[in-house]
Design a protein around this ligand. Structure first.
Ligand SMILES: [Zn+2]
Length: 373
């Protein structure tokens, strides 16, 4: 059996080890993908260091959440996908047979897990080792249903970002963001937040308000579209609800997108709900925020601001988003790719763990032994 290069987590809290493994073989309904780029999300550092309440794959494990690459082989029962196609491999895996999956709510599957990453659900630990190769590997296998074909116009390093871009896309779509609407993003400077600005611009939002902390990144966010985007630091001591109303003709925003990072303050989320217009929506996506989000009974009755959660995104969301990015309707050209080879995987994890902000795209390119960043 031929061997491939991989990076493994052998013990949590220790550096990953680069070594070789058997090349994975696709099952009848799987594809084999040669990994061009594996995206690292900021929380990767917490996960490999064991700072997570969620279930990890059995160690030693090949981590790596978001894969973009090229199909090298397809299983005997795969139709509609061909060798040579460029693809994004969606790591959100589900049982596909529970009552939630069967009514097209895979996001609510009690056995859901993120391949090459972790499982936040009670049943995911039983499935997470079924596809043991994450993207920090020269090859992965994936079910054909978890693969989205990419147009030539999308760079594979950009596609390795699609987990979190897709999370923002799916959430904004779920909240019904559309043309001529207004949006407030809590946590705008991070990976999810900056992506949400680009998506909202593409969706036709006319006023985008961003709340964050890092002033330099806030200014870069504003510069993406100075006539449509306004930003403010949560540390400026400004009443953010008043600020949002001032920027929306006194109305309040149509949609609030809350994408705080791990350890975020749920109190800030509660406070910002009053920045929504009556009948508005708030969608929460931050996986690491603990604590309560509250509305008063009378506010619920009189203002009817719907609060919803959104986990990951559907295959339909992925295809829509890819079409919009491929056509330039959603413009991700601001991304700065910071590329690491597999031998430098620990540097890459450290880099993304330092939370460089939503403009930087940290990717590992396993086929590349030298640094090109
Ligand atoms: Zn399920």
């Amino acid at each position: 059996m031929s061997k491939i290069n991989v990076a493994r987590l052998v013990e949590t809290g220790k550096p990953l080890e680069v070594g070789v493994a058997d090349k994975p073989v696709p099952g009848p309904k799987d594809v084999l993908v040669k990994v061009a780029a594996c995206g690292l999300v900021p929380n990767t550092s917490n996960v490999v260091n064991g700072y997570t309440p969620f279930t990890l794959p059995a160690l030693p494990a090949v981590f790596g959440l978001d894969v973009a690459g090229t199909i090298e082989a397809v299983g005997d029962h795969v139709i509609g996908l061909q060798v040579g196609q460029r693809v994004y491999v969606d790591p959100f895996m589900t049982c596909d047979n529970c009552s939630s999956c069967r009514r097209n709510r895979r996001d609510l599957c009690p056995s859901a897990y993120y391949r090459g990453y972790m499982s936040p659900t009670p049943g995911g630990g039983a499935l997470i080792n079924q596809y043991p190769y994450g993207g920090l590997s020269e090859y992965v296998t994936a079910p054909d249903s978890r693969v989205a074909v990419l147009p030539e116009t999308i760079d594979l390093r950009t596609a390795a970002r699609f987990g979190y871009v897709g999370t923002s896309y799916g959430a904004l779509r779920k909240a019904g963001l559309g043309p001529a609407q207004t949006l407030l993003i809590n946590g705008v400077t991070g990976t999810l937040g900056v992506a949400a600005v680009a998506i909202a611009l593409g969706m036709g939002a006319t006023r985008i308000l961003g709340v964050g902390r890092n002033r330099a990144v806030l200014e870069r966010v504003r510069e993406l579209a100075p006539n449509r985007v306004s930003t403010i630091s949560s540390e400026d001591g400004v009443d953010l609800v008043e600020w949002a109303r001032e920027h929306t003709g006194g109305e309040g925003v149509d949609v609030i997108y809350d994408c705080l990072g791990v350890g975020g303050d749920s109190g800030s989320t509660s406070g910002l709900l009053r920045a929504a217009r009556p009948g508005g929506r708030a969608v929460l996506v931050a996986g690491g925020v603990l604590g309560d989000v509250a509305q008063t009974y009378m506010d619920i009755l009189m203002l009817d601001v719907q609060v919803m959660g959104s986990q990951w995104f559907s295959a339909e969301d992925a295809d829509q988003m890819i079409a919009m990015i491929g056509a330039g309707v959603i413009d991700l050209s601001f991304l700065e790719h910071r590329v690491f080879g597999l031998p430098e995987v620990n540097e890459a994890i450290e880099r993304v763990g330092s939370r460089p902000g939503g403009f930087e795209n940290v990717v590992v390119m396993p086929g590349q032994s030298t640094v090109s960043r």
